[in-house]
Design a protein around this ligand. Structure first.
Ligand SMILES: [Fe+2]
Ligand SMILES: [Fe+2]
Length: 231
């Protein structure tokens, strides 16, 4: 087994989707918290780094055996960016308005009983939605085309996008806290249940989306720019 004590969570997560699933299972933040050393992240969750590593290695082996997946560390930028936009940005464009309408419906139906919770949930979600709507537009209109053209000025917009990812990460944490880890109340109606399930799914998709950008696309783009400028 390779010694991973010096590696960060993000570097391990970049190795494969399987690693991100192991982190997700243990509640280890691999996107916004990706810069943290792996051992430290495990100890914070009272986990033995060696056994988590074993889980990751076995998940990676299973994944490799199961299918030939795209290695995003090797894929051309066009392919990776196309995947991010068609898979993850499209997901947000569909899901964010749908979840907003469900929050409104649940507030109408359960406002009397869960008024304070639903008001806080609505406020946290709406702020996150507004930020994400603008965020993905900035990536598509400004940053991704600049990466594809190997422009030399991408470091600053990348830093801004990473900052916005941190903000989205905090919003997801707040939504999870408000909903008690998406525990549905006993009186939840079908829309209430769908809302909580939808928010949990959004969290998982956004974690993966931010991971692909923070841990793979952005470091690769910065390395490519430095190379082409001869730094
Ligand atoms: Fe994105
Ligand atoms: Fe992003």
């Amino acid at each position: 087994m390779t010694a991973h004590s010096e590696r960060t969570v993000g570097e391990l997560a970049a190795r494969s989707l399987a690693a991100t699933r192991v982190f997700e299972d243990h509640g280890i933040d691999f996107c916004c918290g990706g810069a943290k050393p792996f051992d430290e992240a495990c100890r914070e969750k009272r986990l033995d780094p060696a056994s988590v590593l074993l889980e990751i290695e076995s998940a990676i082996a299973k994944e490799a055996a199961a299918s030939q997946r795209t290695d995003w560390n090797m894929a051309p930028f066009e392919t990776l960016i196309d995947h991010i936009v068609t898979r993850h940005h499209s997901y947000l464009r569909e899901e964010l308005p749908r979840l907003a309408s469900w929050i409104a419906a649940v507030r109408r139906a359960h406002g009397e009983r869960d008024g304070v919770l639903l008001e806080q949930l609505d406020a946290a979600f709406t702020a996150m939605k507004d930020e994400l709507d603008q965020h993905i537009r900035k990536e598509e209109v400004v940053l991704f085309p600049a990466i594809l053209r190997s422009e030399g000025w991408i470091a600053q917009p990348i830093a801004m996008m990473e900052h916005e990812h941190d903000s989205a990460g905090r919003a997801l944490d707040e939504l999870r806290r408000l909903t008690g880890n998406y525990q549905q109340p006993a009186h939840a109606c079908a829309t209430y249940r769908a809302l909580y399930a939808g928010l949990a799914a959004l969290e998982a998709d956004l974690h993966l989306h931010i991971h692909l950008e923070n841990n793979i696309l952005f470091p690769r783009a910065k390395a490519e720019t430095s190379r082409s400028r001869g730094c």
